[in-house]
Design a protein around this ligand. Sequence first.
Ligand SMILES: [Zn+2]
Length: 478
Amino acid sequence: MADQLPSRSENFSEWYNTIVQRADLADYGAAKGTMIIKPYGYALWENIQTYLDKRFKKHGAKNAFFPTFIPLSYIQREKEHVEGFTPNLWLVASGGGETLEEPYAVRPTSETTINMTVRNWIHSYRDLPLLLNLWNSCFRYELRTRLFLRTSEFLWQEGHTFHASWDEANEYALAILTDAYLDFYANAAAMPSLAGRKSEKEKFPGADITYTLEQMMGDGRALQGCTAHNLGHNFAKSFDIRYLDRGNELQYAATASWGLSTRAIGAILMTHGDDKGLLMPPRIAPTQIVIVPIFGKHADPAPVLAAAKQLARELADYRVEIDARDDKSPGFKFNDWEMRGVPLRIEIGPKDIEKNQVVLARRDTGEKKFVSNAELLAQVAQTLDSIHDTLYARAKKFQDDHTFSVDTYAEFQARTAGEGGAGFLMAHWCGNRECETAIQQETKATIRCIPFVQTKEAGKCIRCDGASQERVVFAKAY
Ligand SMILES: [Zn+2]
C-alpha cells in the first residue's frame, strides 16, 4: 500500500499538494515557480480546450498567434495597465550576448501587442467586429507558487475582440462569459458558478467592467474561474484604433478581452474529490473508463485480456484504459484509479466472461453492479451522465450550504477568522474603495463579485454603516 493520502476534510491544502503530484498531473520545473504538466494533466487541459474552442468559434472568434516578447514601450502605453502588471513583469534584457536597446517584456497578457498590430488592420466599419483568440502561455513573476493555481508561467487562452461600439463590446464579453465559460463549468466540469462583475478595485487594469465567474472550492475558499473584460475605449484611445463609420466619421473602436487558464484545472480538482483522491468530471476526464481484467490465480490470463480488449473496442467512443499490469493486485489497481479520479471502472474476470457480463463500479458513490454485455453501451452512457449530475449536485449543495447572509461586522469577522475558507459572505457594502481595502486588511476577505442575480435590497455597509443598495459577495480566495 502506498502512503496514505492526507485527509481532504482535515487538511485540504496538504491533500491538494500531494494529490496533484501523486496522480501524475504536474510537477515543479527547474526554474523557480515554473510548472511541468504531465500527460495526465495535459490530457485534461486538451479536453478543456476542445470544449471551449468550439464555443469560441461558434461566436465567430478565430485563433491566431502573437509573439511572446513585447517591446516594453507597448506595455507602458496604457497607464492603468502598466501599473497593474509591473510588479509581476518578466523582462528580457539581452539577446545573443548583446544588451537590447529596449528590453522586451515576456507576455503577461497580449492586449498591448495585439492593439499595436490591429490598429493597422482596422480602417472601416466593414473591418469590425474583429474577433481573435490565442492559445498560449503567459508569464507573471510569483514569489509564492502552487501547481495550477499560481505559477510563473501558465497556459491559457486570451480572446481579444474589436467592436464598433461600447455596447457591442459589452454584449460580446457577456456572451463569452455565459455561453462559453458558464456553459463549460456547468456542463463539462460539473461546477456551479457565481456570475457577476468585479468591484473597481478588483477589476482588470485598464477595463471599464470586468465580469467574472467565481467558484467555491472544497475548503470554502473562492476561486476566480475566468474573466471577461469590457475594455471600452481605453485601449483604443491609448493605441489610436479608429475606424470610419457608415457616415464616414472617424470613431474609436471598443475592445474586449477574455480568458480562462490552467487554474481551471486547479478549480476542478479542488471542487470534486474525497479522501480517496480525485474525482474527474466524466465529460472531460482524461480517462473516462478503466477496464481492470481480473486474472484468476491459476487460470490462463490470455482469454481475460482478450475479453478486456474486446470491451475497449466496443467502448471506442470513450477514453478508455486497460490496466493489464501483471505485478499488481486488483485491489491495488482499484485504489490507484480511484486516487486518479477515473469516474467509471469495469471489472471483468473468467466467471463474468462465462455469464456474458461485466461489473460496473462508480467512483462517486462506490456503487457496483453487474451489467450484461447486451446492455453495456446504454448503461455506460447513462452512468457517466448520472455521475456528472451527482458531482454537480454535490458541488451546488456545498456552495449553498456555505453561502451566508451576513449583517454585522462582528459576524463577518468571526466567519473569516482562522486559516480556513469562509464560504461566500453576502453583505452590504457602501461602494467605497477605502472601506473595501480596510475589510481586506482586517479579515483577508475580498469582494469576489457583485452578483448579476440578487434581490435588490437597501441596507447599511457592514463596516461603516454607509448606505448600500445591494449585497456583494465577499470570500477568502485563492
Ligand atoms: Zn463602507
